[in-house]
Design a protein around this ligand. Structure first.
Ligand SMILES: *Cc1c(COP(=O)(O)O)cnc(C)c1O
Length: 371
């Protein structure tokens, strides 16, 4: 029998390793911290903008059967053609639009940053917005220009146009509906930014399913528009599938910088099965939208609480003491995103994902016992 205890193996001196890391890895990378992902065991999870509904049993069985057939000893299809066909069947994709898949839309945000990151290039975004735009710009070593939102979290179009004229950014990020504010930009405003921008404008529609408008059917009308979408917020966060839609010439450049098998075979097997029951996801989205109104009303009825209008699957709320609220909820095993301290404009703000009626009920009941 082998002794199950690991043998003491030779090990390099910790101080020697630390000094080699310090002299080798970029200083700006060493000064970063890894993105914090809280442990969620046994908690009501209203912090990550996921769909609260699991897949129903029949769809789970179909997913299991599809996964069982995957030849995992082979590399996946590099282009993900089966997934692209399923997306084309489920979405109002214009004929001739290009499509590229990502390991979540996070990966595509990184790739979009990579393809524009030449010396002298900058990226620009209204702020506060999705934090990964800034993080990937920093990683690519290019400037990130933030244009403040108005105090009510609407986009200041004049300030955006002035900043675009001044900075000539290679890339403009517009999350619409925006995270963490829930605000969807008026289409006319996006069109004026597209017309003014010298480079590419990426409209990140991660939450479009929960809102009242998408540019998807019109994507080919604009020479410098890339649309970014994801299945994460509508029920497949664990599967990791994002996609970009644009004129094929933009997509061709993104295809050159992605790793060859960036979407794994299990994801490629699962997505078509779930999209085939697209009616199911639409039902869940409708339930979340109805709950969003109910939750917004209940929260707004509390003294000192402002609920900002949202076309996403979450609500941004300003409360009298965000740290106290988050701690009170955490003690009752309810997770929300505390944004206090993350950005000047988000003082005393929480971002609360819309859960199931039961979860939202638990949240409201817990708030009832706030001192
Ligand atoms: C959640 C989110 C994403 C990233 O989603 P993935 O899970 O990586 O597909 C992208 N943009 C915005 C605005 C988001 O909120």
């Amino acid at each position: 029998m082998n002794d199950p205890r690991p043998l003491p193996t030779p090990r390099a001196d910790d101080a020697d390793v630390a000094s080699r890391v310090a002299s080798t890895v970029r200083a700006d990378v060493r000064s970063l911290s890894a993105y914090p992902v809280p442990k969620t065991d046994g908690c009501i999870q209203l912090h990550a903008n996921e769909n609260p509904y699991p897949l129903p049993a029949p769809v789970r069985r179909a997913v299991a059967a599809a996964v069982a057939r995957v030849p995992v000893h082979r590399y996946p299809d590099g282009a993900g053609d089966v997934v692209k066909a399923a997306l084309a069947a489920a979405l109002p994709l214009p004929e001739g639009a290009g499509l590229v898949l990502g390991n979540g839309s996070d990966e595509l945000i990184q790739l979009l940053t990579t393809v524009v990151a030449r010396p002298g290039a900058s990226v620009l975004a209204p702020e506060p917005t999705f934090v990964m735009y800034r993080i990937y710009a920093k990683q690519a070593g290019i400037p990130y220009v933030a244009v403040p939102l108005r105090p009510d979290f609407t986009v200041d179009e004049d300030a955006m146009l002035a900043a675009i004229a001044r900075e000539r950014p290679a890339l403009v990020w517009l999350a619409s509906p925006n995270n963490p504010t829930g605000y969807r930009m008026p289409v006319a405003s996006i069109e004026r930014i597209l017309a003014a921008a010298p480079g590419v404008v990426v409209v990140d529609e991660a939450y479009a399913d929960f809102g009242d408008h998408s540019l998807l059917p019109r994507v080919l009308e604009f020479a410098n528009l890339v649309l970014l979408r994801t299945l994460s917020k509508v029920g497949l966060a664990g599967v990791r599938l994002g996609y970009a839609v644009a004129h094929p010439a933009w997509i061709a450049e993104l295809d050159k910088v992605r790793s060859p098998y960036n979407v794994n075979a299990l994801t490629q097997a699962v997505v078509p099965v779930v999209l085939a029951s697209a009616g199911l996801l639409a039902e869940q989205v409708a339930a979340i939208r109805a709950e969003r109104s109910r939750l917004a009303e209940a929260l707004a009825a509390r003294a000192g609480v402002t609920v900002f209008p949202s076309e996403a699957n979450f609500l941004l709320v300003r409360v009298p003491d965000a740290d106290a609220w988050a701690a009170h909820l955490r003690a009752r095993r309810i997770l929300v995103k505390n944004l206090n301290g993350s950005h000047r404009a988000l003082e005393q703000c929480l971002r609360i994902t819309v859960g199931t009626p039961e979860e939202n009920g638990a949240l409201l009941a817990a708030l009832g016992s706030l001192p």
